[in-house]
Design a protein around this ligand. Sequence first.
Ligand code: FUB
Length: 456
Amino acid sequence: MKTFLSTGIKILGLMVASMILLYQNCFAQNPFITSIYTADPSAHVWADGRLYVYPSHDMDPAKGCDLMDRYHVYSTDDMVDWRDEGEIFNASQVSWGRKEGGFMWAPDCAYKDGTYYYYFPHPSETKWNNTWKIGVATSKQPASNFKQAGYIEGLGGDAMIDPSVFVDTDGKAYFYYGGGRMCKGGKLKDNMVELDGEMQDMKGLEDFHEATWVFKRNGIYYLTYADNNPIENQLRYATSSSPLGPWIYRGVYLGTTGCDTNHGSVVEYKGKWYAFYHNKSISNTGKGNLRSICVDLLNFNDDGTIQLVKQTKSGPPSVGTKVFSEKKSVKYEAENATPGGNATIADNTSASGGRYVTNLNADGSYIQFNNIKGKRKGGRTSINIYHSGTSYSRIKLIVNDVDYSYLNALSTGDAANFKGHAYFTVPLNPGKNNTIKLIGGKGNINIDYITVSPVD
Ligand code: FUB
């Protein structure tokens, strides 16, 4: 009996170990956000133990950087499972902003004494080029409920993009911005929205273009930035014994990515260092900006210099061990939704329930899910679309008549492989009166089912 029990325990142990091993061998894939286009990732680890990425959002169809008019946030606790925290705000909510909207460029977020401060560059007038301001929004949560809190006074308006904030270990906050060969840094007052003294030129950088990011490791301050490398920019860095320099130029730490711009951040999470950046590998288009954020491991040499980052398709491995938990998601089969246009229901044993919706590639084809249940009080809910497709396609998401634009649906390689997953977080109404409409007409996509999961 004793031998039987101990053998059983050993087998169970092996099973658990292999689940954990399996999990530890998971990779996120690069780009790690595929459903919408994102760029300029600013990554931070907050007190809740999650890593948050604050990117800008390239709007589809591409029209260039002038069309970027809203921000989403993403978070993870393992570098593999990424959660869309939803839209935090858009240009129409910025009272002092340019009336035509657009130009919501690279943002950053900082935390001090119970408040999250979100910094974003935005022009205040139609003539955008020299009317930039650095807006601030604040919240008690890292990724929701942000309220506009004006802008930082006392800055110029020219090339005033790419704000970033570094909070040192003694709690003192430093603010940086810059574009077009000018990089400035200065101190912030404790209120995090006013400058404490003059902004200074950051001295010692070579070929600075934009995208300042400052972090500290082992007492050394690092300033990373994008250079002016022709056609495609690279990411360079410099070090200092002070957060405001002077800086000693150290070299390139991330090469070209296939994209004209480059913009990165560096952060430590669960004992490993990561380089965030963007490329164009999903859209593969030179027209306008349709970029996607990526992450890879970043390694240091013993003397503190940074090794050239290896850009991978697999992304970094998962960190930590995680107990799998079922989220409170509700599943809605596509075959029970209402098809429109050319969309029809078809049979396939590999689809959930043996049926799916196809022929969404013709213009005007759609499926509509009715009576979708929101949270008791309504609010943020992740819409997950499980699909197949033999080519890259897009599907337009309309929730309660609000157009959330296109979601990318990457090819699953086989029309019978329904493991494709596109997701997006939207606010749902309380109760069961929500509608979700998926409009096709942009490539070969078949919908198996959707799930809706509350975002806490
Ligand atoms: O995303 C708009 C602009 O492109 C950013 O502000 C720059 O850093 C560049 O990535």
